[in-house]
Design a protein around this ligand. Structure first.
Ligand SMILES: [Zn+2]
Length: 400
């Protein structure tokens, strides 16, 4: 079967014929020459195409049609067409061929380097793409695009120091503010320093992360984690509560840590008091507390159990499966047992469905991801606030 590339090149050869190349009459036209035989190179190229030897036909085209002012746009168009079709090797060959021309104008050289860098990126050859983008970011009309590509490469390579540098240069060129993503780069550095027990370095990175606006609470999570690891429970708790105050949705990350910290201190009354204060200030948090407790299997804490019961009794989808009204009428023991049963079932359901979803593109995951792997935006994921019954039902139907 002839591929799309075969047709593409066939089209080009036909165009060449129409332009006079095939007759050997291109350039200085000689009135006497109109009866010249067909150009032998042209026939060879055509032969390759007829035998579906696309690579040889392309080589032939490149050898035959030199890059010059008249043909350079055709070469660029051909290269970008090949890349868009996923035939990156051929796109690379074409762009390298353009660059090889010794008397290329600097603007055209930059354009060819930029195209080649995009080919490498497409082929997953990040180090080669990086080298070219670094060169173009020094000063060319592709400076902004080159820096944007570099930021994305460094994010993929998790080279956060270089990502910070490239993003700051991009900001200084007058584009939009990249403060939030730069803060996350510092948080990445802070988290890896903390993972290696270098808490002093981690604190420094968090400080830098918190210097920008809008601020991310991720740095506070790292500081709270360091405080917990250093047995400074007071600071840890103060930070976890502040995190929830500023970004309610982070309760999903902070509540399990708060519970664990109080439990480690052996202070269940302290936990009870702290949660009571939080719920008095924000009664609407009850559902979030319940959901987080169900997902993380946090139980046997009266105030949390109350939230869970309220949540279960108030969930309309559940009412269709369980007689919740009757449940609330029964004696205390069987009531608790029935609630526990529903709770365990809910916990299982929650474990089987994604807990976080990106608000930009809808990508969902079990764990909180600070950068969405799909749309590459930072801090756009939010946790579900209730068990996603629809998704579970859908899931069980499609897997039946
Ligand atoms: Zn997304």
């Amino acid at each position: 079967m002839p591929t799309e590339s075969t047709f593409l090149l066939a089209g080009l050869f036909l165009l060449l014929a129409a332009a006079g190349w095939a007759m050997g009459r291109f350039g200085e036209r000689d009135e006497e020459d109109h009866a010249l035989p067909l150009n032998i190179d042209y026939l060879k190229g055509l032969n390759f195409l007829l035998n579906e030897q696309t690579d040889q036909a392309l080589e032939h085209f490149l050898a035959m049609v030199r890059v010059d002012d008249k043909t350079i746009e055709t070469h660029f168009a051909l290269g970008s067409l090949f890349r868009r079709r996923g035939e990156v090797d051929r796109a690379i060959r074409i762009h390298q061929n353009i660059i090889a021309r010794p008397d290329l104008a600097s603007e055209q050289r930059d354009q060819a380097l930029f195209s080649l860098a995009k080919d490498y990126l497409h082929a997953g050859l990040l180090d080669r793409a990086e080298k070219l983008f670094v060169r173009l970011a020094q000063g060319s009309r592709y400076q902004v695009q080159a820096l944007e590509s570099l930021v994305s490469i460094y994010e993929q390579e998790k080279d956060w120091e270089k990502a910070i540098d490239a993003a700051q240069r991009l900001e200084s060129l007058g584009g939009r503010s990249l403060a939030l993503q730069i803060a996350h780069y510092y948080c990445e550095l802070a988290e890896s320093a903390a993972a290696q027990n270098d808490y002093a370095a981690a604190r420094q990175f968090v400080k830098k992360a918190q210097a920008g606006r809008p601020r991310t609470m991720r740095g506070a999570l790292t500081r709270a984690h360091i405080a917990r690891e250093s047995d400074d429970n007071k600071t840890a708790l103060r930070l976890y509560h502040r995190i929830i105050d500023e970004h309610t949705y982070l309760i999903a990350e902070a509540l399990p840590e708060i519970v664990a910290t109080y439990e480690r201190e052996g202070s269940t009354e302290g936990l009870d008091r702290a949660l009571q204060t939080m719920l008095n200030d924000n009664p609407e948090m009850s559902g979030l507390v319940a959901y987080t407790a169900i997902v993380n299997d946090i139980g046997a804490i009266p105030i949390i159990d109350e939230c869970v019961e309220k949540y279960i009794l108030g969930e309309p989808t559940l009412a269709e499966f369980v007689d919740l009204h009757q449940l609330s009428q029964t004696d205390a023991d069987s009531h608790d047992e029935a609630l526990q049963k529903v709770r365990r079932a809910l916990s299982k359901l929650a474990g089987a469905t994604p807990r976080y979803q990106c608000q930009e593109c809808g990508f969902s995951s079990q764990r909180l991801l600070w950068q969405c792997p799909s749309c590459r935006n930072w801090e756009t994921q939010r946790p579900a606030s209730r068990v996603q019954f629809d998704t579970v039902l859908q899931h069980s139907i499609t897997n039946r």
